[in-house]
Design a protein around this ligand. Sequence first.
Ligand code: M6R
Length: 364
Amino acid sequence: EKGGYDHFMMKEMVEQPKAMMEALLSRCCENSESFGELKLNAAMMENINRIQIVACGTAFHAGMVGKYYFEKFARISVETEAASEYRYKNPIVDENTLLIVISQSGETADTLAAIRLAKECGAWVLAVTNVVGSSIAREADDVIYTNAGPEIAVASTKAYVTQIGCMMLLAAYMGRLNGKLKEADSTRIFRNLMMTPGLIEKVLDTKETIKAFADKNYRINDLFYIGRGLDLYTCMEGSLKLKEISYIHSESYAAGELKHGPLALIEEGTIVIAVCTQENVFEKMLSNIKEVKARGAHVLAIVQEAHRDIASEVDEVWVIPEMDDDITAIPTIVYLQLLAYYLAVARGCDVDKPKNLAKSVTVE
Ligand code: M6R
């Protein structure tokens, strides 16, 4: 049932290229996105003046990536909030609000409560979920299925990459509806996304390097992830994955925030993972790397191929192929999933069933 792998998590990581392809092909029409399943149309969108994205855990991180895409492609400002916060904050939500919820299981209690609250206030609710017929799918007004296939391991992997894929397509679709995105750009976005299964494959091929790094470093007590822009969300998700399955303390920070506090925690030998896949902030990341190196950090950088020569500035480099900066979040997270996995295995942790956690959080 684990497909010959030791854990469901590994099986599901390996299934990511296929899951991504399923998610994309099910909403493709002539090389562009198509959301035939949505009732939400251009006329309804004209009445929407507020978009909120609400989710928990990994799905919440996909929501933050989604916000980035909505703002970039559709020029719509979006609020993103954890469902457990949203529901108790007397949120501003009415009949002109579009609430987008993201949930792998479709059963998360706080996310479901957020839907009920928003619907009572007249909002239109669109759910992005993996489980057909789940409570969230049933209660939402519109549903986009991620089509990742069943995810068994507590740590979410293939669901996350498909959530990001769907959010990117949805943002492009909204941009087309409101005229902010040109047809040629939406085609380009779709074509870029169609390359992600192959790009994920390339990262999966480097498993042995990541395992070797984990086998050497599994005794660490802390790990820091830094990034800017889209890379920050990858850091947050990588840090969550690590805590969840390996029980190693970790922090994720916007690299520019380092000197506002967390830099004080960096000492000789602290491992810092610097995710640097975004060209517009690459030089800024380099200065942040110098800051932590000056305090003795052991830096592992993740870069696109063109920046492989960052090796002269850091202790270790993991490379992703050259690609459009908007899609780097997809292959890059696979490095961080594999890292969390191999560190957890080296520490003898129960990878598929981490302590204190359940696959779907149906109680508060
Ligand atoms: O089923 P959901 O996507 O609603 O679950 C949300 C979180 O509980 C979930 O993503 C959790 O953070 C994962 N275990 C992370 O790997």
